[in-house]
Design a protein around this ligand. Structure first.
Ligand code: HEM
Length: 410
């Protein structure tokens, strides 16, 4: 198993590999078990306590669970690269998978659109969209908050920013979720095919829109990037396509999961939900706490460029490192009572948007969408209750529920 991207390991082989891990370190990290998918935090706690720099055998990688180690690796892009994800099945790299100077050049071309100031101007439009989505469910007393609300909101916002028709959002969801599978450390051949096919279809789709914008530029990001391509040496056509793909994909499932996981956490802690209703001034710290408590992105991956030591363990050049931000966010060295949801926390910040040069470009947008979404949901519904326990998707990196059924009173 030399490749990081593996076909699903057969059950017997899996048990042997996990037993080997356990023998070596006193703990094993079975990221395929349904108990782990339901509640990864118990496993993270064991890993952090018994073997915080953990050699995995099921996947060829090291798992880091301490806040300090995770943060150090993410900040140090000269020793830990994002450019070797062993993506031999991916034809294209986005700037998330590049090092400087290419990363700096491509991120620089789109960063203006995501500054806090530029994003603030989107506020009224996002409020309008949220109102439209909630108007559409007025009168219903049972709602799936994912399909009716948390899914369409970020797709429509990014589609409008890019300049692609928001009516195509059902297709974006499929492409976006299929392409996002590529962040997982374990993929089977059917999933690899889905990633490849979705990438091809999305690129074909973008080519059509790019051609239209070439004829008639508009005030959107596709036109702006196209102008940069036409200027000559600023980006190639392939880079234009992969940047559009990254922007379309990166903010969809993640923002959906902020709203889904965040709402679920509040519904499971009714006292905190009531506290937010009584103290709307806690909104910003509540969003941060929801991001910390059940992070939409659980793992950022890197490769060691040279041999390096972390926590007394020697990691060889080229080896994969899983910087588990979901675990770092629950490190008791940094957060008091880390397993408790406390929307008034003002401790050190979570790592859910990453750190260093790849720090989430869309974080101001995600936070704005979250602020407007939670404010409006609480204003519209005088009461929200879980209608049934939701099921988490079988995803290790992007954590979220497929459906979130709630009973509401208007
Ligand atoms: C709550 C929602 C979101 C979360 C939790 C999140 C999380 C992250 C994380 C952890 C990274 C760094 C990955 C790494 O270092 O390996 C990242 C990068 C990125 N995010 Fe987000 N994200 C969210 C929403 C968005 C939105 C709305 C956009 C806008 C389109 C966006 C665009 C990006 C881009 C372009 C990158 C790559 C940055 C780079 O490589 O320089 N994200 N995000």
């Amino acid at each position: 198993m030399s490749n990081f991207v593996l076909n699903v390991v057969k059950p017997v082989a899996k048990r042997i590999l996990l037993a080997w891990e356990h023998l070596e370190s006193g703990v094993s990290y079975d990221l395929t078990s349904s108990a782990f998918i339901e509640d990864p935090y118990r496993t993270y706690e064991q890993l952090r306590r018994k073997d915080p720099v953990h050699r995995m055998r099921l996947v060829e990688a090291w798992a880091l669970t301490r806040y300090e180690d995770v943060q150090d690796v993410l900040i140090d892009h000269k020793r830990f690269t994002n450019a070797e994800r062993n993506y031999d099945y991916m034809q294209y790299r986005t700037f998330l998978d590049l090092d400087p100077p290419d990363h700096t050049r491509l991120r620089g071309l789109v960063s203006k659109a995501f500054t806090p100031r530029a994003v603030r101007e989107l506020g009224p439009r996002i409020e309008g969209l949220v109102d439209e989505l909630l108007d559409a469910v007025a009168g219903k007393d049972r709602i799936d908050l994912i399909s009716e609300f948390a899914f369409p909101l970020p797709v429509i916002v990014i589609a409008e920013m890019l300049g692609v028709p928001a009516e195509d959002r059902a297709r974006f969801r499929e492409w976006s979720d299929d392409i996002a599978l590529s962040v997982n450390p374990l993929l089977n051949s059917e999933q690899i095919e889905r990633v490849q096919q979705a990438t091809e279809e999305l690129f074909d789709y973008f080519e059509g829109i790019i051609e239209q914008r070439r004829q008639a530029p508009q005030n959107d990001m596709i036109s702006a990037l196209l102008a940069a391509e036409e200027e000559g040496d600023r980006l190639t056509h392939e880079e234009l396509l992969s940047t559009l793909m990254l922007l379309l994909v990166a903010g969809n499932e993640t923002t959906r999961n902020l709203i889904g996981n965040g709402m679920l956490a509040l519904l499971k802690s009714p006292a905190q939900l009531q506290r937010l209703r009584d103290h709307p001034e806690l909104l910003d710290s509540a969003i941060n706490e929801l991001l910390r408590y059940d992070s939409p992105v659980q793992i950022d991956s890197r490769n060691a460029i040279d041999d390096v030591e972390i926590g007394g363990k020697r990691i060889s050049a080229g080896q994969r490192i899983l910087a588990i931000v979901g675990a770092a966010n629950r490190d008791p060295q940094v957060f008091a009572n880390p397993d408790e949801l406390d929307i008034g926390r003002d401790e050190v910040s979570h790592l859910s948007f990453g750190r260093g040069i790849h720090y989430c470009l869309g974080s101001p947008l995600a936070i704005l969408e979250g602020r407007i979404a939670f404010t409006s949901l609480l204003e519209r519904f005088s009461s929200i209750r879980l209608a049934r326990d939701p099921v988490f998707k079988e995803q290790i990196v992007l954590r979220g529920v497929e459906e979130l059924w709630v009973e509401v009173e208007h």
